[in-house]
Design a protein around this ligand. Structure first.
Ligand SMILES: CC(C)(COP(=O)(O)OP(=O)(O)OC[C@H]1O[C@@H](n2cnc3c(N)ncnc32)[C@H](O)[C@@H]1O)[C@@H](O)C(=O)NCCC(=O)NCCS
Ligand SMILES: Nc1ncnc2c1ncn2[C@@H]1O[C@H](COP(=O)(O)OP(=O)(O)OP(=O)(O)O)[C@@H](O)[C@H]1O
Length: 283
């Protein structure tokens, strides 16, 4: 619980870099939260398919976990191995629950964004793909060998439905982020210059169409999961945010997800991570 006093030594320059990385992580969390319409997900407009949290809960959670992203960046800079990162990640989860009254707002984001912050702290250079490659090479095997948290809903969904979920995505170096999220964000920007919401909605829907999202599975079962992916893929195939009425279409989809109590939390997390990587790896 002491994110400011890691066991690992760090020079002034590493400390400044770690703070900048944590600020970028916080900005990515804000960018995701402020995006609307995202099907079934919480935003400042409404709480989507969630009754126990709203945008205020997410803001409180983001403020509580931001110092841990700096700690993860410092740990990455110091060459820490996965068990050290895991301890910081679990402390961040504790701080999240303290700030939200026990609600899981950012568990997936702490895990994935946390690994990316550790990679960013290791200064892999700013080239395309650098962060994901470093996560895969340095932490991939340990992520897959790590302890399975049996009580987690995602772990149950992974066992029951045979999907890889968050650990597999991270261990492989975030292929869905690089192959789906980033290209969608960038084409959304080209199609709708000056409308950052549109680019984020394009990325969000593209991610939902492709990700093996255990949040969708544990809430909606195989039917809900298939519905969400098919409808998100249809939105993208029909032109995505290039459509003149993209906002109405996305709002319609949001309502359809809420009617079925579906929430693509993994897609939301990958959107956050896409925004972070987009900033960090920009030429
Ligand atoms: C591995 C984690 C994510 C637990 O995963 P698990 O699938 O067992 O549980 P759970 O579904 O509750 O959490 C997963 C969360 O990830 C997100 N998610 C779901 N599917 C995916 C996916 N395919 N890709 C990415 N994220 C996803 C969702 O938001 C979901 O809530 C993690 O909480 C964990 O082990 N934490 C320990 C701390 C740690 O190792 N940290 C690493 C450094 S920060
Ligand atoms: N804007 C968002 N709206 C909703 N969920 C989000 C959002 N951003 C990220 N998420 C992710 O979705 C997950 C929350 O999903 P969910 O409510 O299904 O939680 P759970 O703890 O897995 O299950 P349950 O609350 O149903 O027991 C969080 O881990 C979080 O990382």
């Amino acid at each position: 619980m002491f994110p400011d006093s890691p066991a690992l030594p760090a020079g002034d320059e590493d400390l400044r870099a770690a703070d900048a990385i944590a600020r970028a992580a916080a900005a990515a969390l804000r960018g995701e939260l402020d995006t609307y319409p995202k099907p079934g997900l919480v935003s400042p407009v409404d709480s989507g398919s969630h009754t126990d949290m709203d945008a205020g809960t997410f803001r409180a959670s983001a403020a509580a976990i931001t110092p841990f992203f700096a700690a993860l960046a410092r740990a990455g800079a110091a060459g820490a191995a996965m068990p050290a990162l895991r301890r910081i990640g679990l402390d961040a989860e504790t701080a999240m629950r303290a700030a939200t009254g026990g609600v899981n707002t950012h568990r997936g984001a702490i895990f994935g964004l946390g690994l990316l912050c550790a990679a960013a702290g290791a200064r892999p250079g700013a080239g395309p793909g650098a962060l994901g490659r470093l996560v895969r090479e340095r932490y991939g095997a340990a992520i897959l060998d790590g302890p399975v948290l049996l009580h987690a809903p995602g772990a149950r969904a992974r066992r029951r439905h045979g999907v890889g979920g968050a650990p597999a995505e991270a261990a492989a170096g975030f292929p869905t982020l690089y192959q789906v999220g980033l290209p969608a964000l960038r084409r959304g920007r080209r199609w709708r210059p000056g409308d950052p919401q549109a680019a984020r909605v394009e990325a969000c829907l593209a991610l939902i169409a492709h990700l093996e999202d255990t949040c969708l599975l544990h809430r909606g079962g195989p039917e809900g999961y298939a519905f969400a992916r098919t409808e998100a893929a249809r939105f993208i195939a029909e032109g995505g945010v290039a459509q003149p009425d993209w906002r109405e279409r996305a709002t319609h989809l949001h309502r359809a997800f809420v009617a079925r109590n579906l929430s693509p939390g993994g897609g939301a997390d990958l959107l956050t991570m896409t925004l972070f990587v987009d900033g960090f790896e920009a030429p």
